[in-house]
Write a protein that binds this ligand. Structure first.
Ligand SMILES: Nc1nc2c(ncn2[C@@H]2O[C@H](COP(=O)(O)OP(=O)(O)OP(=O)(O)O)[C@@H](O)[C@H]2O)c(=O)[nH]1
Ligand SMILES: [Mg+2]
Length: 625
C-alpha cells in the first residue's frame, strides 16, 4: 500500500473514533442501537419508526440503550419492542427514572409492569387490566420463570391466560419494603410442599434485614426452616377435620375433598385478620392410615394454605377439568343388566314362564354325522386304499403318477397306465356298448350275467364303468345330471355284461321323462333275468336319499342282490368317508339282499377301484352261463 493510502486509512479511523466519543447516537458496529430525542433507529428497519422515543434522558443513555442483553428499552410514555417497533402505544410508566435498571424487561425477567398496565412481550398491551401488584421497588415481586405467579391486591396475573383469573389474591401486600409483606410477617418465597400426593405451596419463614437481604445469622438455616414448616403442615393435615370447608380460594374453583367446589370470596376477606403465618400443631396422629392421611390432606388443603399464608392466596394454575356428561338411555327391551327374575316379570308372570322339562337337544344331521365313530376295519380300509381327499404330494411320495387318470388305480412307480396289468382278467376285456333300452321290451336277451350300476343322477355311474375297465369315454359322462336316459348295455368280453342305468332324482329332464326312467329302472332291477348284482352308487358327500331307500326296498322285495358303492370319495376327508360308510352299513343292517362289504371308490383318483374290480370279477367267475 502506498504511503498516501495508509495515511488516508489512518485519518478515517481517527474520524470514526472522534464521532463515537462525541455522540452516542452514532450507529456503529460496537453500539448497535443509536437513537436521538425524536427518532428511533433500528438496524433492520432503518428509520422507518419515527415515533417519539425518549426512553432515556441524556446522560442516562448508556444504561437505557437497547442492546442484545437488554432487549427492551422504554420511556415514560412508550414501549419499544424490537420485533413490533412502536406499535404498542400504551402508556407505560412502570418505572421512574433512576429505577430502570431493575425494571428492565430482560430475558431473565420477562415481565415488566407499571402501576396500571401489564406488558406482555408476546401479546403487547392487550391485557389492559389494572395491575398494581407491586409498587416501585418490588424487584422481587416480579413474575419470573421461577415465580410464575405474580399478584396484586385485587387481581391475579397469569402469564398464559392473562388477567382472566380475577381471584382476589392478597398473599403479599405491598408494605413499602419491597418484599411483598403486609403484616410484617417473616414470610419468604413460595415453596412447594409435596403433601398427600399434591403439591402444596407454602411460604418459607424468613427474616430479612431492612435492605431486603436474607438474614441468616446463626439462627435456623433456610433449609431447616422449610423442613420445620413442612412438618408443621403435615401435622396440621392430620389434625384437621374434614367438615371445615374454609378455603383461601376466591370465586374460582378449588379442591375440597377431592371434588371441585366453588367458594365465595367472603371467606377470603375474613382472612385479612389473621396475623400468624403458621398455627403450630403439637400433636400428631401416627396411627392414621396413609390413604386417610392423603384424603384428609386433600380436603384440608385450602384451609392449610390459608393458615400458612395468612391472607395469601396461592394460584391454582391447574386447568379446570370438565365433567364428562354421561347420558344413559334406558331401552325398554334391554335386559342385559336385569336379573333373570326381572326378565321373567317383563315377559309375563313367573308361573306362566315356568320352564318346560328340558328336552334333549335335537342334533342336526350334520352333527349326527360328525358324531359317528367308524369301526377300525373301515378306517383301515380307507387308509390302505388312500380313500378320501389326499394331497397330491402325498400321492407322489407314495409312488403314484398323478399325471395319469385315476392314478391310484395304477401300480406305484409305473410310468404309464398299463391296462394289461389289471389283475382281474374279466376287466382286461374290451368294453363295448351293444344295446340301449328306453322300455323294458327293448331289453336285449339275457345271454350274459349282468352287473347293473344304479343310483341318483350325476352320482358317477357312467364314470365308474369307465374307471373299472380303464376305458375312458366308452360310457358317456357329463357334469349335468340326467345325461344317461336309457338303459345302456355293455359287453365286457364274452363273459360279463355291464349295464349303465339312468339316474333318478334331480335331473335336467321333464318330469314325465324322469318318471319313465324310474319306472324302467324299477322294472329292470326287479324283473331282469340274468341280473346278478346291482351296484347302488351313493355319493359319499350326500349319503343316501329317500329314492335310494325306495330302490333298496324294491330290490329287497324282488330279492335282487345289491351292493352299496360310495362314489366320489376324493371330495371328502378320509374320516368322513369312513363315517359315511359306517352310517350306511348301520342303516342297512337288517337287509337281506345287501351284499357286503360296502365299497368305496373314486373314479377320479382311482382309489378303491381295484378292490371293487376284484369283488365284481368274483361274481363273473362263479357265474354259470
Ligand atoms: N371328483 C369326482 N368326480 C366324479 C367322480 N365320478 C364322476 N365324477 C364326475 O361326476 C359327473 C357325473 O358323472 P357321470 O358318470 O356322468 O354321472 P352319472 O351317474 O352317469 O350321471 P347321469 O348319467 O346323469 O345319471 C361328471 O362330471 C364326472 O366327471 C369321482 O369319483 N370323483
Ligand atoms: Mg351316466
Amino acid at each position: 500500500m502506498s504511503t498516501e493510502g495508509s495515511l488516508r486509512l489512518k485519518l478515517k479511523k481517527k474520524a470514526k473514533v472522534v464521532v463515537r466519543v462525541s455522540r452516542n447516537s452514532v450507529r456503529n458496529r460496537g453500539d448497535e442501537n443509536s437513537f436521538d430525542s425524536e427518532r428511533v433507529y433500528d438496524r433492520e428497519n432503518g428509520l422507518k419508526q419515527r415515533g417519539k422515543f425518549r426512553g432515556t434522558e441524556s446522560g442516562e443513555e448508556g444504561r437505557a440503550l437497547r442492546t442484545r442483553k437488554n432487549e427492551n428499552s422504554f420511556d415514560k410514555e412508550r414501549v419499544y419492542d424490537r420485533e413490533n417497533g412502536l406499535r404498542q402505544r400504551g402508556k407505560f410508566r412502570g418505572m421512574e427514572s433512576g429505577e430502570e435498571g431493575r425494571a428492565f424487561r430482560t430475558r431473565k425477567n420477562e415481565n415488566s409492569f407499571d402501576k396500571e398496565r401489564v406488558y406482555d412481550r408476546e401479546n403487547g398491551f392487550k391485557q389492559r387490566g389494572k395491575f398494581k401488584g407491586t409498587e416501585s421497588g418490588e424487584g422481587r415481586a416480579l413474575r419470573t420463570r421461577k415465580n410464575e405467579s405474580s399478584f396484586d391486591k385485587n387481581r391475579v396475573y397469569d402469564r398464559e391466560n392473562g388477567l382472566k383469573k380475577r381471584v382476589t389474591f392478597k398473599g403479599m401486600g405491598s408494605n413499602g419494603e419491597g418484599m411483598g409483606r403486609e403484616f410484617g410477617e417473616n414470610r419468604g418465597k413460595l415453596r412447594t410442599l409435596n403433601s398427600s400426593g399434591r403439591n402444596k405451596r407454602i411460604y418459607a419463614k424468613e427474616e430479612r434485614f431492612e435492605n431486603g437481604k436474607l438474614r441468616n445469622d446463626g439462627g435456623e438455616s433456610k433449609k431447616t426452616l422449610f423442613e420445620n414448616l413442612e412438618n408443621q403442615v403435615k401435622h396440621e393435615l392430620l389434625e384437621e377435620k374434614t367438615d371445615d370447608h374454609r378455603t383461601m380460594w376466591g370465586p374460582g374453583v378449588s379442591w375440597s375433598g377431592g371434588k371441585k367446589t366453588k367458594h365465595s370470596t367472603d371467606k377470603v376477606k375474613d382472612k385479612k385478620e389473621n396475623s400468624s403465618i403458621i398455627k403450630k400443631q403439637d400433636q400428631d396422629k401416627p396411627g392414621l392410615a396413609k390413604k386417610d392421611q392423603d384424603r384428609s390432606g386433600l380436603m384440608k388443603r385450602d384451609r392449610d394454605q390459608a393458615k400458612l399464608g395468612g391472607d395469601a392466596e396461592i394460584l391454582d394454575d391447574r386447568p379446570k377439568k370438565k365433567k364428562k356428561k354421561v347420558i344413559r338411555i334406558e331401552y325398554p327391551n334391554d335386559i342385559s343388566k336385569k336379573r333373570v327374575d326381572d326378565v321373567l316379570d317383563i315377559n309375563g308372570s313367573k308361573e306362566e314362564n315356568k320352564r318346560e322339562p328340558e328336552k334333549e337337544p335335537v342334533m342336526s344331521k350334520n352333527a349326527e354325522f360328525r358324531a359317528i365313530q367308524p369301526s377300525p376295519s373301515i378306517l383301515s380300509f380307507v387308509e390302505n386304499n388312500l380313500l378320501g381327499k389326499r394331497r397330491l404330494i402325498d400321492l407322489r411320495r407314495a409312488g403314484y403318477n398323478i399325471d395319469l387318470s385315476a392314478p391310484l388305480d395304477n401300480i406305484p412307480f409305473s410310468k404309464s397306465a398299463e391296462r394289461e396289468r389289471i389283475e382281474e382278467n374279466a376287466f382286461k376285456n374290451k368294453l363295448e356298448f351293444f344295446a340301449a333300452a328306453k322300455v323294458s321290451s327293448s331289453f336285449p336277451p339275457p345271454n350274459l350275467p349282468e352287473i347293473a350300476f344304479a343310483g341318483r343322477s350325476n352320482v358317477g355311474k357312467s364314470s365308474l364303468l369307465n374307471a373299472l375297465t380303464r376305458q375312458w369315454g366308452v360310457a358317456r359322462t357329463s357334469d349335468k345330471p340326467g345325461l344317461t336316459q336309457t338303459i345302456n348295455f355293455f359287453n365286457l368280453g364274452a363273459k360279463l355284461c355291464l349295464v349303465d342305468l339312468p339316474g333318478y332324482g334331480f335331473a335336467y329332464a321333464k318330469d314325465e321323462v324322469k318318471e319313465n326312467w324310474e319306472e324302467l329302472v324299477k322294472e329292470y332291477v326287479s324283473t331282469r333275468v340274468g341280473l346278478r348284482q346291482v351296484c347302488l352308487l351313493v355319493d359319499t358327500k350326500w349319503g343316501m336319499k329317500p329314492r335310494d331307500h325306495e330302490l333298496i326296498d324294491l330290490m329287497e322285495r324282488s330279492r335282487t342282490k345289491y351292493q352299496v358303492v360310495l362314489t366320489k370319495t376324493d371330495v371328502v376327508f378320509p374320516i368322513d368317508v369312513a363315517r359315511r360308510a359306517m352310517q350306511i352299513e348301520e342303516s342297512l343292517l337288517g337287509n337281506q339282499s345287501i351284499v357286503q362289504p360296502l365299497m368305496m371308490v373314486s373314479s377320479k383318483s382311482g382309489a378303491g377301484i381295484r378292490s371293487l374290480r376284484t369283488v365284481l370279477a368274483n361274481i363273473a367267475r362263479f357265474v354259470k352261463i
